[in-house]
Design a protein around this ligand. Structure first.
Ligand code: AMP
Length: 205
């Protein structure tokens, strides 16, 4: 049987809500960040939304790779591209979309800490309770026994292409793929979206 994770498709409204919640927590916290470091790639949109809400215009990138294709882990988290600018003396906030194992954010926090900042805090929109790393700020916690692959809007097409390819092993038509994604992943996907990721698949048998 194809490996198909339970999924939850996040909406832009939820994303806005998470950004509001995390920004409010940071405002209530002891310090205002001066520089935001976004983990590439999941942290980019969250970092930009937080920067907007907090009035922080200095955004840097740091590339950590951990998960390969959708919901399949790629060994240990590793830092594959260094900080895109200096952070010495700055109050820094390191941002990712979700902490699952927590290895990515932990590795990033440790790397940034070694670059001489005045302080380092971390934030994620979603935190899975089994994560071994607790971000300083997060908006929503998913209980450890309710693990799910969150399909963020910035990863929708990539996730859909991956999941549809795996689902096609159970039945290659668009109708079959749609039914498999619904029953196995809990994802309700419009046929036109499936058609754009599997343009040569027959509609039905
Ligand atoms: P981790 O190092 O396990 O905390 O995972 C970090 C990165 O992998 C995140 O930035 C996400 O892009 C991706 N990721 C891991 N787990 C999930 C999940 N359950 N749902 C969506 N994305 C995930």
């Amino acid at each position: 049987m194809a490996e198909l994770p339970r999924c939850r498709r996040a909406t832009w409204n939820e994303v806005e809500g998470w950004a509001d919640t995390v920004a409010a927590k940071i405002r209530a916290g002891p310090r205002r960040p001066e520089t935001i470091v976004a983990l590439t790639r999941g942290g980019w949109v969250p970092a930009r939304l937080l920067g907007d809400r907090l009035g922080v215009s200095r955004l840097l990138a740091l590339r950590v790779q951990h998960w390969g294709v959708t919901a399949s882990r790629d060994g240990e988290a590793r830092l594959t591209e260094g900080l895109s600018g200096p952070v010495a003396g700055a109050h820094v906030l390191v941002v990712d979309d979700i902490t699952d194992t927590g290895e990515s954010l932990q590795l990033a926090r440790d790397h940034v800490s070694g670059a001489g900042p005045a302080s380092v805090e971390t934030a994620a929109f979603v935190h899975i309770a089994h994560s071994k790393f607790l971000p300083t700020y997060f908006a929503e916690e998913i209980p450890r026994d309710a693990w799910v692959w969150v399909v963020f809007p910035w990863n929708y097409w990539e996730d859909l292409a991956q999941l549809a390819e795996r689902a096609a092993a159970e039945g290659p038509t668009l109708a079959a793929i749609r039914a498999t994604l619904r029953s196995r992943c809990g994802l309700d996907v419009p046929l036109r979206d499936l058609r754009s990721v599997r343009p040569t698949a027959p509609s039905r048998s």
